[in-house]
Design a protein around this ligand. Structure first.
Ligand SMILES: [Zn+2]
Length: 617
């Protein structure tokens, strides 16, 4: 069949609908790691080999274009080229992904039935959301709900944008309303909004409303359509939280609360904040953290991790600081990490949840707390130490063994060494000993396997793609990573300092006053700094690594409202590492003394190291 006749099966308006619903940045992100800069996104071109991003995506225009190989087009042309699809196939692919029904003659009877049921499901949820919402906003029965949200500082505007609702005490309120819309009670039960009574009445099967006496949170999908509800009681009755059950079209593990706004927010902020409660999502999103989501009353699932991975490489877990919350963070962190996401954990002190924290301390303090996130491994370390403080060498060794599997999963050698140093300093062990212990835990797991975890084989479905992925790894090694002896924190601090200097050269005297002129650990950074230090100008011609690094620095987003603090943080980071390095010299000397048999000398040094660490040097 030629393409022309096939194309005739898909009417123009359907093609247009697919195009409108498609998020070009999201689709291309499956192939290219994109970074936002102004209105556009930039990444390494998937169609030609390059080290400096020249591939752009313009969401506004829904187009992509490469300045390197001059290839461009819309999302259909991208998929056709990238996946070797025909035009029709590319439409089908996207229609499936974004839930657009194609003309029915394309569907089998079973598919047709499913599509009918899905439309009905969406329709029922739309009506139900309006019913609960009107009850909350304007009917007398909604008073307890209004009182509850008002008490928690939720504005009318928020009630509207999150489509909050209220279910009264009536057993047949929704049932009655739906019957006016021609929805049969059994349909409502299939949608999860009504429950069938166990004993049928005189006139057959009997039903009652699932949600009663609760405030309701509409669970909206990315298209802003309600697909389920979460309900919370206002008193002490049980269960406190009640969610829609799983149905043919709703699977809790596949969705996240708040995603209808967060899919945009996560991209813009570059990371996601994962919280426990629906109110936390609302409070944080309203306070200017549009990248906040929560799972739907269950532990984080692999599917949710995959969903997040489509938008970001970095997630900050912000769970309650009680035992349950800590366990949830440890477990959730593992799932996210296994999905290839960088996990950090934020612990708030002085409030039981983020909502309360914001009310007591305000947004600025939350920003401050957010800057103090721990990496997943640090968090796990602190949790383990708090549970059982290590008393002696065997305790310490056991702690290292417990963390080894996590450290072994870190791909970047720099970062891995960073963790090994961290443990060595924290526990007062030599770096060598820590590394030996961790290496001995290293299982058969080859590096290849670890790489595959981060670049799942799913994407490697053609020889061409595979080449691109290898390219991507090489590029990363060339320009994305520092020399193996530089701490990740210092590397980041150096980059940020340079980025700030590029933006505003007037920071130069302050940096020089605090750090001198030759503190840079990464030689390209030193070179760029030297240029800036000489005449404030940039090299027009210099070797390729310097140029690529400059390009990548320019692409880095800089929050200019925070320069003062950023500058201080970076300087502090570099100074504290310099102090740590002095401790490290002591460690090296200690190992040498140990080897030469001077145990007394080694012990004396160990004591010295311990004291310095205690002083926080
Ligand atoms: Zn290109």
């Amino acid at each position: 069949m030629n393409t022309r006749t096939q194309e005739d099966f898909i009417p123009e308006d359907v093609i247009e609908e697919v195009r409108l619903r498609t998020d070009i940045v999201e689709v291309i992100s499956d192939y290219v790691s994109l970074q936002r800069k102004g209105k556009n996104y930039w990444g390494l071109c998937p169609f030609h080999s390059e080290n400096t991003p020249s591939f752009t995506v313009t969401p506004e225009k829904q187009m992509f274009y490469c300045f390197g190989c001059n290839l461009g087009g819309n999302i259909f042309s991208f998929l056709m080229k990238k996946e070797n699809l025909s035009f029709v196939e590319s439409i089908k692919n996207l229609a499936h992904r974004y839930g657009v029904s194609l003309p029915e003659k394309e569907l089998s009877p079973r598919e047709r039935e499913e599509s009918r049921l899905r439309r009905r499901f969406e329709e029922i949820h739309e009506w139900a959301a309006s019913y609960f919402h009107d009850l909350l906003l304007s009917l007398p029965e909604g008073e307890p709900g209004r009182f509850y949200f008002a008490k928690r500082g939720v504005s009318l505007e928020t009630m509207k944008s999150f489509r909050l609702g209220y279910a009264s005490g009536s057993w047949a309120g929704l049932l009655g309303y739906m019957q006016e819309h021609g929805v049969q009670p059994y349909e409502l039960a299939e949608a999860g909004l009504a429950i069938e009574k166990e004993t049928p009445g005189k006139d057959g099967r009997q039903y009652y409303d699932r949600f009663r006496n609760r405030v309701l949170f509409s669970i909206l999908d990315r298209r802003n359509k309600p697909i389920a509800f979460g309900g919370r009681v206002l008193d002490d009755s049980i269960p406190k939280y009640l969610n829609s059950p799983e149905t043919l079209f709703f699977n809790k593990g596949h969705h996240l609360y708040g995603m209808h706004r967060a899919h945009q927010g996560i991209r813009e902020e570059g990371f996601a904040i994962m919280v426990e409660g629906y109110m936390d999502v609302i409070a944080l999103q309203n306070a200017g953290f549009p990248n906040t989501v929560a799972s739907l009353g269950t532990a984080l699932t692999q599917d949710q991790a995959k969903l997040l991975k489509r938008y970001t490489q970095r997630v900050v877990l912000l769970y309650d600081s009680d035992t349950a919350g800590i366990q949830a963070a440890l477990r959730g962190g593992e799932i996210l990490r296994d999905a290839g996401i960088r996990v950090e954990v934020l612990t708030l002190t002085g409030a039981k949840d983020p909502d309360e924290f914001l009310k007591s301390y305000g947004v600025e303090d939350f920003h401050k707390a957010l800057r103090g996130v721990l990496t997943y491994i640090e968090f796990k370390y602190r949790t383990l130490v708090r549970a059982t403080p290590p008393q002696n060498i065997p305790d310490k060794a056991e702690l290292v063994v417990k963390l080894a599997p996590d450290i072994l999963k870190v791909i970047s050698p720099v970062e891995r060494e960073g963790y090994e140093r961290f443990l060595s300093l924290e526990l007062g062990l030599t770096l060598e000993a820590v590394q030996r212990e961790i290496a001995s835990q290293e299982q058969k797991k080859s590096r290849k396997e670890r790489v595959e975890q981060y670049y799942p084989p799913k994407q490697v479905n053609s020889a061409k793609n595979r080449d691109n992925i290898i390219d991507a790894i090489i590029c990363k090694d060339q320009m994305g990573q520092p020399l193996p002896t530089v701490y990740l924190g210092v590397y980041r601090a150096e980059r940020t300092l340079l980025r700030m200097l590029l933006e505003d050269i007037s920071h130069l005297p302050r940096i020089k006053a605090k750090l001198g002129e030759s503190f840079w650990k990464v030689s390209e950074h030193q070179q760029i700094f030297n240029y800036l230090n000489q005449d404030g100008g940039l090299p027009a011609h210099s070797d390729e690594t310097v140029q690529s690094r400059l390009a990548s620095l320019f692409l880095e987003e800089l929050d200019i409202s925070q320069t003062e603090r950023l500058l201080d943080d970076c300087i502090k980071e570099i100074l504290s590492t310099q102090a740590e390095e002095r401790v490290e010299d002591l460690q090296v000397r200690m190992v040498a003394l140990e080897k030469s048999g001077d145990m007394a000398g080694a012990m004396a040094l160990l004591k010295e190291i311990g004291e310095r660490l205690k002083r926080g040097e």
